[in-house]
Write a protein that binds this ligand. Structure first.
Ligand SMILES: C[S@@+](CC[C@H](N)C(=O)[O-])C[C@H]1O[C@@H](n2cnc3c(N)ncnc32)[C@H](O)[C@@H]1O
Length: 239
């Protein structure tokens, strides 16, 4: 399946308030959203985690990729074909306490309180046909972590929640070790000119443990993965 037709791209851009996502609504350009969708199609995540989103831009781009994948994992690779490990539904955990700049919530990070009402949130996912894939946790990432079962791993993570230096460092330290062997994390707002704390936290990542790459586009989007990860369990036909 392929969802990114002109109508869905227009609807995402016009409705989800992508803030500093290198997008352009007039040009129908999803910017970083294209990466969120594209990486989801390539990695075929079983479980993804998005921390923080104003009105769902990143969540919907990943969830549409999950829906289009029609399953998850890679079991076998050939020159012109990639086989799924499972036809079961992949799931995205979306963590956002619904802080609001207008309410003056501490640490609002320019949130708009959009995730206040459970029904509005459910209807929002349904509007984009991704309601089977997204589970919203109206919590901070700290509380979400406390309730997360041991041993859970994520194939895709987007860190875009609490942008304070402590907040980003917490999300890195708590969730990057939970990347699966084939997992990739995106971290938003890690350009040195962004005043929050992303750049410092990004620079402090231990390069013995993580490989990282920062796209030189304001406000900075980094790709991070655990070093020494493997592709165990995948058969490959190299003919
Ligand atoms: C406004 S978003 C960033 C905008 C994003 N670049 C976009 O385009 O959607 C930041 C979000 O982080 C959330 N947030 C703040 N602190 C958080 C925390 N500790 N854990 C999870 N989310 C948090 C806020 O509620 C807000 O919705």
């Amino acid at each position: 399946m392929f969802s990114l037709d002109i109508n869905s791209v227009r609807s995402i851009l016009q409705n989800t308030l992508p803030s500093f996502q290198a997008s352009n609504t007039e040009e129908m350009n999803l910017g970083f959203g294209q990466l969120y969708y594209g990486f989801t199609r390539a990695i075929r995540p079983r479980r993804a985690l998005v921390i923080g989103s104003k009105k769902g831009f990143s969540v919907i781009c990943v969830a549409l990729g999950m829906r289009d994948n029609e399953g998850y994992g890679i079991s076998h690779l050939e020159c012109y074909k990639t086989s799924l490990a499972s036809k079961e539904k992949p799931i995205l955990d979306f963590v956002d306490p619904s802080y609001s700049v207008d309410r003056g919530d501490a640490n609002h990070m320019h949130g708009i309180g959009f995730w206040d009402e459970e029904k509005t949130v459910r209807d929002w996912w349904a509007r984009f046909d991704v309601e089977d894939h997204v589970v919203h946790y109206k919590d901070t990432s700290q509380i979400y972590l406390e309730r997360l079962s041991e041993g859970i791993q994520f194939d895709l993570i987007i860190v875009d929640g609490d942008h304070s230096p402590e907040g980003i460092r917490f999300d890195f330290e708590a969730f990057l070790p939970k990347l699966s062997d084939r997992g990739i994390a995106f971290a938003h707002d890690v350009h040195p000119e962004v005043r929050h704390g992303g750049w410092t936290a990004y620079e402090q990542l231990d390069v013995q443990v993580y490989e990282k790459l920062r796209l030189p586009i304001y406000p900075g989007l980094a790709l991070i993965r655990r070093r020494n990860s493997t592709i165990a369990g995948v058969t490959i036909d190299k003919r």
